[in-house]
Design a binder for this molecule. Structure first.
Ligand code: MRU
Length: 336
């Protein structure tokens, strides 16, 4: 995998040989972004299965289950990870052949299927999202939701890519996204590569440009969406939604249906990852604050559904989300 902690200045590829390697890469954020975490973890399970099958030990199922548990313990907020692990666990328990090599092959096929699905899902989100724009727009985005955060194309960045393709994108405002700088390092890297016009801003500049009338819409991704539409995404997202309400700017969330957690009624139940203080007190390894300063680092915040104009999924657009509208869009695509 391309080590995202080294981008944009160095392109360093890391090789993961075991589920533990993948788990550590996720914890260090060498791979990050909800769908990318899920797919990387799925291949981590495949590595564990192949290793156990090759060793020929009894206890194949137990070793695969241990890998699923280890990978599930890496990052708590993005639900896509847990959905992927459940899907692989179902393959493990339901496989007709109990031969380890056969089950390992079935797990690999399932991981490949998930990866392929993600690309199609993102293109559909991009296209449905672009249809919401009737005229060329200046769009602000937060964090990184592009090819680096998914298998390809991206979610919120997929909408931006589709708008650009359709000639409906005037400009992108890219929030730098403190403290991990996914915007400055990763979104800027992707937009530059695609030749999409953008300006990098620090997170505290968004209100200024909105007040000046220079932002027509905000499009962000999501890590977990509760049944009522409350949405957890990168820290700073909630503030943008509040600003949008004040300035009368549409606030869109773009996410695959695997980002919904219909087992929880509201965002109050979403576990928020608390990351290391050092990621706040230091930038790219350099100390900012005096030694010994304490810092807080919630990695995500929750935006209440009533601040969201629409949630764009591959299954349809949930306008003015609430529990009934979320259920209607997700249900309407069942069996489609
Ligand atoms: O901590 P990160 O970098 O994994 O957080 C990523 C985000 O918050 C993204 O907006 C979200 O995962 C959607 S990615 C398509």
């Amino acid at each position: 995998m391309l080590d995202q902690t080294r981008l944009p200045h160095e392109s360093v590829w890391i090789s993961c040989q075991s589920a533990e390697d993948v788990a550590q890469a996720i914890e260090r954020m060498q791979v990050r972004g909800a769908p990318a975490i899920a797919i990387a973890a799925a291949y981590g399970v495949v590595l564990a299965a192949q290793e156990a099958a090759a060793a020929g030990d009894a206890g194949f199922d137990a070793q695969v289950m241990a890998a699923i548990r280890r990978l599930s313990a890496t990052r708590p907020t993005a639900v896509n990870l847990f959905q992927a692990m459940q899907r692989l666990q179902a393959v493990l328990t339901e496989a007709e052949s109990r031969a380890p090599a056969d089950i390992a092959a079935r797990l690999a096929a399932e991981a490949d299927a998930m990866a392929a699905e993600d690309i199609g899902v993102n293109r559909r989100i991009g296209d449905l999202g672009a249809r919401l724009f009737s005229s060329p727009a200046r769009v602000l985005t937060h964090c990184n939701t592009g090819s680096l955060a998914t298998v390809a194309y991206g979610t919120a960045l997929g909408v931006i890519r589709s708008l650009h393709r359709d000639g409906k994108l005037l400009h992108v405002w890219v929030d730098e996204t403190r403290p991990f700088l996914q915007g400055a390092r990763l979104t800027a890297y992707e937009l530059l590569a695609d030749g999409i016009p953008f300006t990098l801003i620090t997170d505290n500049m968004a209100a200024h440009f909105m007040r000046q009338g220079q932002v027509d819409a905000v499009v962000v991704g999501a890590d977990r969406i509760a049944a009522n539409g409350d949405t957890a995404n990168k820290i700073g997202t909630y503030g943008l939604a509040v600003l949008c309400r004040h300035h009368g700017i549409p606030f869109y969330v773009a996410a695959p249906s695997t980002t919904f957690d219909l087992t929880i009624p509201s965002g109050d139940h979403i576990p928020i990852e608390e990351r290391s203080e050092r990621e706040v007190t230091h930038v790219l390894g350099h100390p900012l604050a005096p030694p010994g300063v304490r810092a807080a680092h919630p990695a995500f915040d929750v935006t209440p559904a009533d601040l969201i104009t629409a949630i764009i999924t591959e299954q349809g657009v949930v306008e003015r989300p609430d529990a009934a509208r979320v259920a209607a869009v997700l249900r309407s695509s069942e069996g489609a």
